[in-house]
Design a protein around this ligand. Structure first.
Ligand code: Q9C
Ligand code: ZN
Length: 664
């Protein structure tokens, strides 16, 4: 199962033929540099190349009016003067004799991609297309867009494959109002968009781009807008909105297919967005969506006008679709004040529709939507100002670091009588441990008596950790007789001199965890039914669920709203995932957890399980090898007391962990 790449040089063959400052940034080079970067980095060779095709009339009519289609059909035969005039009836768009052809190829590419993913030819993929689509409407071109590629793809997937629920994630920096209008009253398509808004002072200046447009009639709750009211948003802001708004709703929605309006004008250096998120953020945004819908994800290019930033962002996205380890994101210091306001408003606008947001706090007293819409005169001043700023804006950022794949993806340390799951490399040899370490281990296991076998297991485990640290192996699965003891031993004896920060995720009951850490070298997050006593350290975080880990709704809420943001802020070099015997965690949830945790520590996850839990070895191995987790179906409404407790815990931890902030 691979990654599809759709590209056709033909889509570089139209351009602006007259002077129009609003449109001059939409150039053929956008597509050329994106594709060339994929070729140069060797990524395109690793993808499955799928030919583009033209969308048919009936496919275009899934979204657009006959009148509009017939009008666009005439554009190839128009004179320059006619084209200019035709263009004038729409906003911020241009026509060219070849754009109709390209627009059919762009929509058709999105459909080819949907076909490839839905038939199982590939797992996921990306379509590099021009013209973009998300601004075009039923009867109108807009914002460089002619046909709404992603909206057509969503309707097509529903019609041709009987897909019940489609999630559209629009991370382009503009509001895809065309997509919103198309699905406003449709509960089968959940549309999420964040966009530069500046209290309606940014293009397309629509009142309906604000957070309170939640959808209409039976589609109420299925349209999510997160307006950015300031420029300069960073990685922390984007990730916070994913963790605290999009992902809880997306998991509750449980899509059968994920479509991404993949615009990269939300990246640093872009003249339209003026944001500061770095290209490697798209690796994480992509990764966070890859365990939805069983991994069925189709990304379709929208905007992106800084050629350097665009090319880097496209590469980060494709490399993630291919399954390469995620880059570490350092120094995430939490969302800015304006981002918190936006995400808080979006959460509160949606809490009546989504049980995973039920406990969201009230928005701030001053309603941000009524803030300040500038008058036309102020608007003009602002534009002039911005023009000057733009020239001085010589933004530079380092190229994203190379993401090296270790030669071995997954290794195991198992008792000799346990068969190794397919695809894992069994570690059976190990160098002798230093005598000092052996005596430490023996000391630790005084009560449990480390015999010859015990020492062998731990010396293999130590070898495994060493290989993780030097990037020879990505992740590992370890079966031990006593997980609690092994966890202590890994944290205190085996990793202390090799790893700077270890994130320990403990699934199920274990009393002694709070002794592990206070010095920040280890962060422990424990999910269980154990009533949490008062918290002793910011590095020991017990999460208590009424029904423990067997309650998947509570569990996934804790993972998305707590564990992910904590992990991002802590930025571990190793993740130790410990499965306590009898935790009750459901298989699909366990796989989701492993999948999501691979976003940390460059994918260096070590899973510790008890020998008598062999039954879940297969699913664990599959998740470690990077296979998408099965969807969490039929989630129950979470227990109100759990939602409450999570919210209170988050509030309490906000002072120490900024990525947990959802209220100002
Ligand atoms: N300063 C897409 O990103 N406004 N479309 C341009 C120039 C139109 C963006 C104003 C922006 C359209 C797909
Ligand atoms: Zn855009």
């Amino acid at each position: 199962m691979g990654t599809a790449l759709l590209y056709d040089e033909e889509m570089t063959k139209y351009k602006l033929l007259w002077v129009d400052p609003a449109c001059k940034i939409e150039v053929p080079e956008r597509l050329i540099v994106s594709y060339e970067a994929l070729v140069r980095s060797g990524l395109s060779d690793r993808c499955i190349s799928i030919p583009a095709r033209e969308a048919s009339d009936s496919e275009i009519l899934l979204v657009h009016s006959e009148l509009y289609l017939e009008a666009v059909k005439k554009t190839p035969y128009m004179t320059l003067e006619d084209l200019k005039e035709f263009t004038l009836q729409f906003g911020d768009v241009y026509f060219h004799p070849n754009i109709y052809h390209c627009a059919k190829l762009a929509s058709g590419s999105a459909l080819q991609l949907v076909d490839s993913v839905m038939t199982g030819k590939v797992r996921n993929g990306i379509a590099l297309v021009r013209p973009p689509g998300h601004h075009s409407m039923h009867g109108a071109a807009n914002g460089f867009c002619v046909f709404n590629n992603v909206a057509i793809a969503a309707r097509y997937a529903k019609q041709k494959y009987g897909v019940k629920r489609v999630l559209i994630v629009d991370w382009d920096i503009h509001h895809g109002q065309g997509v919103q209008y198309c699905f406003e009253d449709d509960p089968s398509v959940l549309y999420f968009s964040w966009h530069r808004y500046e209290h309606q002072n940014f293009w397309p200046n629509l009142r309906e781009s604000d957070y309170d447009s939640v959808g209409k009639e039976s589609g109420a709750g299925f349209n999510i807008n997160v307006p950015w009211n300031n420029v300069g948003m960073e990685n922390s802001d984007y990730l916070s909105v994913f963790c605290h708004v999009l992902l809880p709703v997306a998991y509750e929605f449980c899509p059968d297919l994920v479509l991404v309006c993949a615009g990269f004008d939300s990246a640093i250096g872009d003249p339209e967005g003026e944001m500061c998120a770095t290209p490697d953020i798209f690796a994480h945004l992509t990764h966070l969506l890859m365990n939805l819908a069983g991994g069925k994800l189709c990304a379709v290019l929208e905007g992106g006008y800084n050629l350097t930033s665009l090319a880097q962002s496209v590469c980060q996205t494709v490399q993630t679709l291919l399954g390469d380890p995620l880059p570490q994101l350092a120094n995430l210091r939490g969302p800015c004040k304006s981002a918190i306001e936006s995400l808080q408003c979006a959460r509160s606008a949606h809490r009546r529709y989504w049980s995973f947001l039920k406990h969201a706090a009230d928005p701030p007293m001053t309603d941000i939507s009524t803030k300040h819409v500038k008058s036309a005169m102020e608007e003009e001043e602002k534009t002039e100002m911005a023009e000057e700023e733009r020239c001085t804006e010589g933004k530079v950022w380092p190229e994203p670091p190379e993401r090296l794949c270790p030669p071995v993806c997954s290794a195991s340390v198992l008792p000799d009588d346990v068969a190794c799951p397919d695809g894992l490399k069994r570690l059976s040899s190990s160098k002798d441990l230093e005598p000092l370490l052996v005596s430490k281990l023996k000391n630790r296991f005084r009560t449990a008596a480390v015999d010859g076998d015990g020492v062998t297991t731990f010396s293999r485990l130590y070898t495994l950790i060493e290989k993780l640290v030097v990037n020879e192996i990505r992740n590992g699965l370890v079966l031990v007789p006593d997980v609690a003891a092994a966890m202590m031993c890994v944290v205190q004896d085996l990793t202390s001199d090799l790893v700077k920060r270890v994130l320990v995720v403990c699934v199920g009951k274990e009393k002694e965890l709070d002794y592990i850490t206070t010095d920040g070298k280890v962060l422990v997050v424990q999910i269980s039914s154990e009533d949490s006593e008062e918290q002793r350290s910011k590095y020991y975080i017990p999460v208590c669920l009424k029904k423990g880990c067997s309650d998947t709704s509570g569990f996934i809420q804790a993972v998305l709203g707590l564990l992910l943001p904590l992990g991002y802020e802590y930025n571990p070099d190793l993740v130790l995932l410990v499965r306590m015997p009898g935790s009750g965690v459901v298989d699909s949830m366990w796989q989701q957890l492993i999948g999501l945790l691979q976003g940390f520590a460059k994918g260096h996850t070590l899973v510790l399980m008890q020998v008598n839990e062999k039954a879940c070895m297969g699913s664990t191995a599959s998740a470690l090898l990077g296979h998408p987790a099965p969807p969490l179906q039929d989630l129950q409404t979470p227990f109100p007391e759990d939602g409450d407790a999570l919210e209170r815990l988050r509030e309490r931890l906000q002072a120490d962990w900024k990525m947990l902030q959802t209220t100002s």
